[in-house]
Design a protein. Structure first.
Length: 119
């Protein structure tokens, strides 16, 4: 058995696209190159408005915040929410109080195969 650490203190501070968050990379695998990381947004943190390079799934672990796509209409997200953006889709995530999330990036993402849409 091996025990690894993906806590915030070993992560990398991201400021690109006027962002303010830390990401700890967890794994990269597969021929289609799947990337998994944990994002830590402090109070007033933001993942700045940018295009998704590949399909991306954001899984909120704790805290709450707001996400948007190309329109400037924000939707509230919280623990248990999963947000999916297609390749090339413009998007942003922000929080007033803090938010932690797992991010999965891969050409092969299809969350509708397993999860129902939030009502």
């Amino acid at each position: 058995m091996e025990i690894y650490n993906f806590s915030k203190n070993i992560g990398k501070k991201i400021t690109k696209f006027d962002s303010d968050f830390v990401i700890s990379r967890i794994i990269q695998s597969g021929e289609m190159q799947t990337n998994v990381g944990c994002m830590y947004l402090e109070e007033n943190g933001i993942i700045g408005f940018h295009q998704a390079v590949v399909p991306q799934l954001l899984l909120v672990l704790n805290g709450e915040g707001y996400v948007r796509g190309e329109k400037e209409e924000y939707a509230k997200v919280q623990l248990g929410d999963a947000v999916f953006w297609e390749k090339d889709e413009w998007h942003e995530t922000k929080t007033d109080t803090g938010l932690n999330a797992i991010v999965i990036e891969s050409e092969q993402l299809n969350p509708s195969s397993f999860m129902p849409l939030k009502k």
